[in-house]
Design a protein around this ligand. Structure first.
Ligand code: PEP
Ligand code: MN
Length: 347
C-alpha cells in the first residue's frame, strides 16, 4: 500500500500519517521527491486494511495494490499517461520521434546530427555525453563538455535534449543541461541511480535491462515513481537471445504487454536492438504498428567515422524511409505525428 501526500502537505501532516500507520501496526517508509512525498506502508493484510487515513486532508491518494509495482501499474492509473519533455508530449495520442547521435563527439557533429534529426521529423534530440561502454578502452563520452554542446544545439535547433546519466553523483550537473534523463540498459537495476533520478524532478527514459523481465523493468520504474516522479517513459531496446545476426532481439511483444500492465508510455529503440542500419527502419515500423508511443533512433552525419555505434546510425535514404513511416503508420492507429511526408516507395 502506498499513500501519496498532496503537494501542500507539511511535516505535521506527514507525522500524522506515519502515526496512523504505526497505530495500525504497520511500518511507514517516507520518500520525499521534488513534487510529491510518498509513504510506503509495510505490514500484513490485516494491518493494511486497518490503516485509516481517509480523513487526513493532506493525503492526495491511497493506492491499495498488492503487486510489487503500484504507482506505475495500470490499476493505479487506467489511462496511459502522457509525459511532457520540454513541452513535447510522449503518450497515447501522439507518436514521437527522438533522434540524434549515439554519442556527442563534437559541436559540429552534434549540430549536423540534430539538423538531420529535425529534418526527419524528430521533436526531441538524443545524444550521449556519458557513454556506458562495455569495453573500458572504448570512447567514454565528453562528459560535461558534451552536455554543454547538447544545450547549445538545443538553443540552435529548438529540440529538447534526452541524455544518459550513469552516476548518481552527476544528477545536478546533468539536470542543468538535459530535458530528460536516460537510464541505459546496463543501469536498469542500479537502484541508487533510479532513486536519484526519481528525486531530480525531470522526466526519465528508462531502458529495459538486457535480460530483464517486464516485472523487473516495472519494479525499476517503481523505484523512480516511489520518489514522487511519475514522468517516466519506458524503452524496449532489445534483449539478449541466442540469435547472433543482430546485436539484440527487439521484443515487440513488450509494447502491448507492458501497456496492459502499466500506464507508462512505451517507446522502442530499433537502433540498439538491431545494431545494423538495414534493420532499423523495418523494426521501427514494427514498433509503430504494434502501438509504441514513439521511437528513438541513432543518426550520424558520417557513420563511417562515428566513435560509437556507427553501424546502426541512419543517414540519407534510410532516414528518409523512417520519415515516411512516421508520417504514415501512426496516423492509421489514430495518433498525431509531427511528421508529414510525401510517401516514398518502401522496400
Ligand atoms: C544509448 O542509447 O546510447 C545506449 C547506450 O543504449 P542502451 O543502454 O540501450 O545500450
Ligand atoms: Mn549506442
Amino acid at each position: 500500500m502506498v499513500i501519496v501526500m498532496a503537494p501542500q502537505a507539511g511535516d505535521a501532516d506527514l507525522a500524522e500519517v506515519v502515526r496512523r500507520v504505526e497505530a495500525a501496526g504497520g511500518s511507514a517508509f517516507v520518500s520525499r521527491g521534488v513534487t510529491r512525498t510518498i509513504v510506503g506502508v509495510v505490514g500484513d493484510e490485516a494491518v493494511l486494511e486497518s490503516v485509516d487515513v481517509t480523513h487526513v486532508p493532506a493525503v492526495a491518494e491511497v493506492v491499495r495494490i498488492t503487486s510489487p509495482y503500484k504507482l506505475v501499474s495500470r490499476e493505479h492509473h487506467p489511462r496511459t499517461s502522457t509525459v511532457s519533455v520540454g513541452g513535447v508530449p510522449i503518450g497515447p495520442d501522439t507518436f514521437t520521434l527522438i533522434a540524434g547521435p549515439c554519442a556527442v563527439e563534437s559541436a559540429e557533429q552534434t549540430l549536423a546530427a540534430a539538423q538531420m534529426a529535425r529534418g526527419a521529423g524528430a521533436t526531441l534530440l538524443r545524444g550521449g555525453a556519458y557513454k556506458p561502454r562495455t569495453s573500458p578502452y572504448a570512447f567514454q563520452g565528453l562528459g560535461v563538455a558534451g552536455l554543454r554542446i547538447l544545450a547549445d544545439v538545443r538553443a540552435e535547433t529548438g529540440l529538447p535534449v534526452v541524455t544518459e546519466i550513469v552516476d548518481a553523483a552527476d544528477v545536478d550537473t546533468v539536470c542543468k543541461y538535459a530535458d530528460m534523463l536516460q537510464i541505459g540498459t546496463r543501469n536498469m537495476q542500479n537502484f541508487s541511480l533510479l532513486q536519484a533520478v526519481g528525486a531530480a524532478g525531470k522526466p526519465v527514459l528508462l531502458k529495459r535491462g538486457l535480460v530483464a523481465t517486464y516485472e523487473e523493468w516495472l519494479m525499476a520504474a517503481e523505484y523512480i515513481a516511489q520518489r514522487g516522479n511519475l514522468d517516466i517513459v519506458l524503452c524496449e531496446r532489445g534483449i539478449r537471445t541466442a540469435e547472433t545476426s543482430t546485436r539484440n532481439t527487439l521484443d515487440v511483444s513488450a509494447v502491448p504487454i507492458v501497456h496492459t500492465l502499466s500506464h507508462l508510455p512505451v517507446i522502442v529503440d530499433p537502433s540498439h536492438a538491431a545494431g545494423r542500419r538495414d534493420l532499423v527502419v523495418p523494426l521501427a515500423r514494427a514498433g509503430m504498428a504494434i502501438g509504441a508511443d514513439g521511437v528513438i533512433v541513432d543518426v550520424h552525419p558520417d557513420p563511417e567515422r562515428a566513435l560509437c555505434d556507427g553501424t546502426q546510425a541512419l543517414h540519407g535514404t534510410s532516414l528518409e524511409e523512417l520519415t515516411v513511416a512516421v508520417a504514415t503508420i501512426p496516423p492509421l492507429l489514430g495518433r498525431r505525428s509531427a511528421v508529414t511526408a510525401d510517401p516514398l516507395p518502401t522496400r
